[in-house]
Design a protein around this ligand. Structure first.
Ligand SMILES: Nc1ncnc2c1ncn2[C@@H]1O[C@H](COP(=O)(O)OP(=O)(O)O)[C@@H](O)[C@H]1O
Ligand SMILES: [Mg+2]
Length: 233
């Protein structure tokens, strides 16, 4: 369970998060909204890159924001980034091992994470991996060790449709397999519908809808928020 209370972020005059309050149950939940809605900023607050001006975030009963960022990783916070972050000069194995080292996880956990995503031949370097294999490497990094809260920021970006299906199957398995809650940010509403039981919608830093994904995506406020953007609900 993730509880967000009165969370605000201010960059000069801009409020990318404006007094946001919501709760997301365990399992995989979606976080969607038009470009600039504040989704990545929310992830940045949770991982400690951005300091909020007010508010609290409680994950699994623990106050995340009172923990130093490096302790959040040890606690079990994981994230991936919108831009693919695989180190091209290192093997897939070493990409995951570096993440494992940061959280004190051992070599067998690296192999377990790679087996989970189905990445065969993890000795190939990042630069020789396909985009799907790079995205799988990132998922492996996000589940290595003992993850408790996994934040995925557009993990399907740059993938073809049949590749996205593989991602769907994988992301759905994370809660049961690792006991972690997953929050998925994506513009691909088919991906969000296929994976997320509940979804919260942000628009201009405010929550405009929250609930079962199918209800939320057919909500008139949500459709209106997407009007005039290239992303269609
Ligand atoms: N470091 C920053 N400094 C100033 N403004 C920022 C910064 N990061 C994000 N923003 C602004 O905050 C708003 C939300 O951005 P972001 O969280 O990246 O949106 P999303 O991920 O939903 O597309 C945007 O208006 C963006 O321009
Ligand atoms: Mg973003």
């Amino acid at each position: 369970m993730l509880r967000v209370r009165d969370l605000s972020v201010s960059f000069g005059g801009v409020m990318p998060l404006d007094d946001v309050t919501f709760e997301l149950p365990d399992g995989v939940c979606g976080l969607v909204g038009p470009n600039g809605a504040g989704k990545t900023t929310f992830f940045n607050v949770l991982s400690g890159f951005v300091r909020p001006s007010a508010g609290a975030v409680e994950a699994d009963g623990t106050s995340l924001l009172s923990m130093a960022p490096h302790r959040r990783a040890r606690w079990g916070l994981r994230r991936t980034f919108q831009q693919e972050q695989v180190v091209h000069s290192l093997s897939a194995y070493d990409n995951v091992r570096i993440a494992a080292d940061e959280v004190g996880a051992a070599g067998d956990q690296v192999r377990e994470a790679l087996a989970f995503v189905g990445l065969d031949d993890a000795q190939r370097r990042g630069r020789h991996l396909t985009m799907l294999e790079r995205r799988l490497t990132e998922i492996a990094r996000s589940v290595v060790g003992r993850p408790r809260l996994v934040l995925l920021d557009e993990p399907g970006a740059g993938l073809a449709e049949e590749e996205t299906e593989r991602l769907v199957a994988l992301i759905r398995k994370i809660p049961e397999r690792f006991g972690a809650q997953v929050i998925l940010v994506d513009h691909d509403m088919e991906l969000v519908s296929a994976v997320c039981g509940n979804t919260v919608v942000l628009d201009f830093g405010r929550v405009i809808a929250l609930g079962p994904t199918a209800d939320v995506l057919s909500d008139e406020h949500v459709k209106r928020a997407y009007l005039g953007t290239e992303e269609v609900v």
